[in-house]
Design a protein around this ligand. Structure first.
Ligand code: GLC
Ligand code: CA
Length: 517
């Protein structure tokens, strides 16, 4: 595929994202834990997922749900110990599955000892660990900053919330008039990079299978077209090739043409960036709600697909901890049609916990741990009909985030018992994907029909001798499209049957079908 080591298990991988706080609590403190994840591994495996991405689980004051790390080497006590996490790795591997941790290389918590040291007036080992100006009256342009809280005279750039100081990987082209802007090869940035490698070494050594990398495209400053950051990741790629050739890397970047050049195996299409991902599920008229437009998404996808030259995978998530729940905008059978798309596209699919049962966005919540509007997508998993939907034995008032209170809230148990549920459909779709080479991560794609404001969406997936026509119609109307293929075998269909006469195909309303051609 390319010159960097590629973990072959990615070809068949279907990922499941776990937000550890909200998955399963085993000690009745209202917060999910490693033990809970271990308890539910069989549930994830039964669904057909082969790999996990775990949101940050490291020591943190949790001002941004753990994306503000205060000790990269220690599991957050509320989830368990490093030994418990190691046990989770082992249990995952016992089931032939893989697990990615969430690496936050761009910033730390203000409580990280590195930052405390770097705030000191006297020069020390950590003075240049973060991006500081040399006067409190000067702020780093283009970034927010932390000012007036240190003895050190300077403002420190922040990456996200104002309590997340930016680690210093240097400036791509430092402004000579601003001495504090260091080149990437200066001592400070190089020490930060070395520290990052040590962290990766530690967790990969303990048995994790790789990382999802937070804000991967933003490490080098003053780097609009990403050249510096790509070079930085190439350097890390060389380190991984030498020491951990099996490690799998997926970036939160949203620009596969850049991230894959940097040596990532996978990049996400996201709710931000140029991908038009939101057109599908999260905008005023999402395509999968039945009335929207898919053509701009497809145009951009094709562009990315070509530019990425098969260097790696473009991954489309059902959602994540930063977006509204999928079921906020897509309802009923349309969710099944949306998953037929997600599970028949190239790249490794990512299912956000709870999306497999259509968990709803919980509206009107007060922000929890820096979640703000994201809080509603982070509510505890609904397992069954017992108190707190089986998430926790804590009193309801002590749950990490309040749950969906509706009487008809979906649960995993009910959906597992119902062959017509969303979860059962997803399970079927994963089985079908896994049984067909053409549908796997690296099968090719060619779009057959994707017209402005029209349905259906049709594409061909192929590998070797196998060619599969996928037809997706989320609209409430029967539609047709010019189609010269003659299906020889139906592999999957939901919502009726495709009719073809060698020239035109007629597609039922709210339908998804896969056919060998
Ligand atoms: C990423 C994470 C998000 C976090 C932010 C800052 O976008 O997914 O949850 O708040 O980075 O680390
Ligand atoms: Ca707990």
């Amino acid at each position: 595929m390319n010159n960097n080591n590629y973990p072959n298990w990615l070809d068949r991988a279907v990922f499941y994202e776990i937000y550890p706080q909200s998955f399963k609590d085993t000690n009745a403190d209202g917060i999910g834990d490693f033990g809970g994840i271990i308890e539910k591994l069989d549930y994830i495996k039964e669904l057909g997922c082969t790999a996990l991405w775990l949101n940050p689980c490291f020591a943190s004051p949790f001002g941004d749900a753990g994306y503000d790390v205060s000790d990269y080497y220690r599991a957050a006590p509320r989830y368990g110990t490093n030994e418990d996490l190691k046990r989770l790795f082992d249990e995952v591997h016992k089931r032939d599955m893989h697990i990615l941790l969430d690496l936050v290389p761009g910033h730390t918590s203000v409580e990280h000892p590195w930052f405390k040291e770097s705030m000191k007036a006297e020069k020390n080992e950590f003075t240049d660990r973060y991006v500081w100006t040399d006067s409190v009256w000067e702020e780093p342009t283009g970034y927010g900053s932390l000012r007036g809280i240190s003895d050190r005279d300077g403002s420190c750039a922040v990456n996200f919330f104002s309590h997340q100081p930016a680690l210093n990987y240097g400036y791509y082209k430092p402004d000579p008039a601003k001495k504090w802007q260091q080149p990437m090869d200066a001592e400070g940035p190089q020490a930060t990079l070395a520290a990052l490698k040590d962290i990766m070494r530690f967790w990969l050594g303990l048995g994790c299978d790789g990382f999802r990398v937070d804000m991967a495209g933003s490490l080098v400053k003053g780097d609009e077209d990403g050249k510096g950051t790509i070079a930085l990741w190439k350097n890390i790629r060389a380190f991984l090739d030498a020491e951990f050739p099996d490690a799998a890397m997926v970036s939160e970047w949203g620009e596969p043409d850049k991230s894959l050049q940097g040596g990532f195996h996978m990049d996400f299409l996201l709710h931000f960036g140029p991908s038009h991902y939101n057109d599908l599920f999260r905008c005023e008229k999402p395509f999968f709600a039945g009335e929207g437009d898919v053509s701009e998404f497809v145009e951009k996808y094709k562009e990315n697909y070509e530019k990425s030259e098969h260097k790696g995978l473009i991954c489309i998530p059902s959602g994540n901890h930063d977006m509204d729940r999928l079921a906020r905008t897509i309802h009923g059978d349309k969710l099944k049609v949306a998953f037929a798309f997600l599970l028949s596209m190239p790249g490794a699919p990512f299912i956000y916990y709870g999306d497999e049962i259509g968990m709803r966005h919980v509206e009107g919540l007060v922000s929890v741990e820096g979640g703000y509007q994201r809080t509603g997508a982070r509510s505890p998993m609904q397992w069954d009909s017992s108190p707190n939907a089986g998430f926790s034995a804590a009193p309801k008032s002590e749950l990490y985030i309040p749950q969906d209170e509706s009487a008809d809230r979906p649960t995993a148990a009910a959906q597992m018992a119902d062959p017509h549920s969303l979860r059962s459909e997803i399970k079927r779709l994963i089985e079908i994907r896994q049984a067909h080479e053409a549908l796997l991560s690296r099968g090719e794609i060619e779009f057959v029909y994707a017209k402005k404001n029209a349905c259906p969406l049709a594409y061909l997936r192929y590998a070797g001798d196998e060619r599969i026509l996928v037809v997706i119609n989320p609209s409430d109307r029967e539609v047709s499209f010019p189609c010269e293929f003659s299906p020889t075998e139906r592999i999957y269909s939901f919502g009726g049957e495709l009719r073809t006469d060698g020239k035109t195909a007629t597609v039922p309303a709210c339908f998804a079908g896969f056919y060998k051609v």
